[in-house]
Design a binder for this molecule. Sequence first.
Ligand code: PMP
Length: 378
Amino acid sequence: MPAYLDNAATTKPCEDAVNACVAAMTENYGNPSSLHKIGLNAELAVTDARKAIAAALVCQPECITFTSGATEANNTLILGAAENYGKRRKKIVVSAVEHPSVEETMKLLEKNGFEVVRIRPQRDGSVDAEEFISAADHNTCLVSCMYVNNETGAIMPVRRIFTQIKRLYPECITHCDAVQAFMKIPIKTADLNADLITVSGHKVHAPKGVGAMYIRKGIRIAPRMIGGGQEKGLRSGTEAVPLISAFGAAVRTQLPTIATANANAEELCGRLRKKLSALDYITINSNAEEQCPFILNFSVNGIRSEIMLHFLESKNIYVSSGSACSKGGHSSVLTAMGIPDRTADSAIRVSFSRMSSCGEVEALVTAIQEGYLTLAKR
Ligand code: PMP
């Protein structure tokens, strides 16, 4: 059995998701826009899935729009908000450690005349709420901050930032990329004070290629995809019924046991942290005051990430070097935290899911020790 510890990159689809996906391809294969019964059944499946995502975010189903994933959702929400709310107010405040689907969108907006202020993380990986808030002003149309960082697991003070921003600048739009928090940290949209939220299916045991965006009632977002007017005109294109059904099924199954899954992750992460801290050649990079237990980033000093990653792979253990998105490139997140290049070059990201086990942690620790003894000699 492989020890799959790369769940922040993607997760294994759960049984209910697979069954829902197959059912939508074999039985319920209609087009939700068709007027006949088979079409109606497909539409009902999408409606059901929408209700499941809305229940998980504690919002009304009308506020949920399905997309092809979080990348599309981040692009659409940020560009759409800038288009509608940034005609006169040209400033955007964002964390400096966002996923590329946010960061690259910000760069595009900069080219189009927006001023983007990036708030650097502190040494522990989280951003300072006060610094974030004081960077905004009456000229700010959008603030965007991820909930949990995908490389370090640092929990950002999003609720504090958004609540304060809304109090000081009610007209400013708040966006949260909640991909790594969704189904791990309970999210209540109203409580978070977010106007816009992004989530992804494949990080929560649904298939790749589906995500959703929450858009608070009354917020106008210009669509990126135009055509047939599906998803109330916000996202044209025939709905990916199999993927959407699977996303709904995964979320529905997991929702009642978020607390149990979290307790399991706490136990595994705590155990791993303790065992690694006892090794003098390990530096733990995930040290935020509030840390999501599903991600632990550490460096095996003196051994480059890819070398250790492939050693672990030879033992049937799968982890990530920095973030899967950077494809082995230098982690800008660790660098922004002020972590020296040599340490960043040795970074390993372990990420758990609700399917992770104690045996996997034990196998990992044994393999790291063996790997260090073998590789450090070379
Ligand atoms: N945001 C974050 C924080 C992520 O971790 C990811 C996935 N790596 C994305 C956005 C993009 O998600 P998707 O693969 O669904 O486009």
